[in-house]
Design a protein around this ligand. Structure first.
Ligand code: PAF
Length: 284
């Protein structure tokens, strides 16, 4: 696996790869890799001839209240894990490589970036769309793989790619979970054993909502939100940012729940903010 830090070097490499008629897949990450990221890399390997993983802690997607300097950085371990998978190139740029002096062009994210995560983190998706578009361009990616765990992020990126005619296919891979059901996240390392135990209520509540929606179609959405909140608060989770049933594409809240539907949750457990979701397809 080649490790490159300069855009220019990546450009040269991908031109050669394309010239040989190969398809390129990219998996953008912010490092602190776990099995969830690696499952995206594995998926990418099945979709293209040449896999690029990027590791860049993107400063522009952190809001002023979030501490960029505290984001976990485990570069050596990350590269070691990528070496064990079918990754051809790891792109690990510094801040100045992505945002050189004079950089001033940003992607204005789509409407669907305003609600949910966008409410508590107003400038977050502007940073995400900007860096993702740059990474897709740098990698000249035919396909890019993102995780379903960041449901709104995936929807925002899909919309951006469609709206801006970016010639890259977006694949959203299923949520990777620990055996106890907790969605894998680089933030899980901050959970105390007690917090972790509480956090299991997130998945439990999503599964309860799934059963309820499938058993009694056409329920008011408020009822599902209440079911989620009851399960979360019973486990001692008091800070709930949102627990909602929305249309999976527009992310508009549903008044009456009909499939397809995405159930989205964001909570704080101890000092750690966690998100998770469950997608129920039409005709399940
Ligand atoms: O999901 C992430 O880790 C980041 O938001 C992404 C897509 C790598 C952009 O910085």
């Amino acid at each position: 696996m080649q490790v490159l830090t300069r855009v220019e070097e990546v450009t040269q490499r991908v031109i050669d790869v394309k010239r040989s008629g190969n398809r390129i897949a990219v998996v953008p990450t912010m490092g602190a890799l776990h099995e969830g990221h690696l499952s995206l890399v594995d998926r990418a390997a099945g979709l293209a001839d040449f896999v690029i993983a990027t590791i860049f802690v993107n400063p522009t997607q952190f809001t002023p209240t979030e501490d960029l300097s505290k984001y976990p950085r485990t570069l050596e371990g990350d590269l070691e894990q990528l070496r064990q998978r079918k990754v051809d190139l790891a792109f690990v740029p510094g801040d100045n490589e992505i945002y050189p002096r004079g950089f001033s062009t940003f992607v204005d994210p789509p409407e669907i970036a305003r609600s949910l995560e966008g409410t508590s983190r107003p400038t977050h998706f502007r940073g995400v769309t900007t860096v993702v578009l740059k990474l897709l361009n740098i990698a000249r990616a035919d396909v890019a793989v993102f995780g379903q765990k960041d449901f709104q992020q995936a929807a925002v990126i899909r919309r951006m790619v469609k709206d801006l005619n970016v010639p890259c296919q977006i694949i959203v891979a299923p949520i990777a979970r620990d055996p106890d059901g907790l969605a894998m996240s680089s933030r899980n390392r901050y959970l105390s054993p007690d917090d972790r135990n509480k956090a299991l209520a997130i998945r439990r509540s999503l599964l309860k909502a799934r059963v309820s929606i499938l058993n009694s179609p056409g329920q008011p959405s408020a009822k599902i939100s209440q079911l989620l909140r009851d399960e979360l608060t019973a486990a001692g989770i008091q800070e709930i940012d949102y627990a909602v049933a929305v249309d999976p594409e527009s992310l508009e809240p549903q008044s009456v729940v009909t499939t397809p539907v995405a159930i989205l949750i964001a909570v704080r457990v101890g000092t750690t903010r966690l998100i998770d979701n469950e997608l129920i397809e039409a005709n399940e």
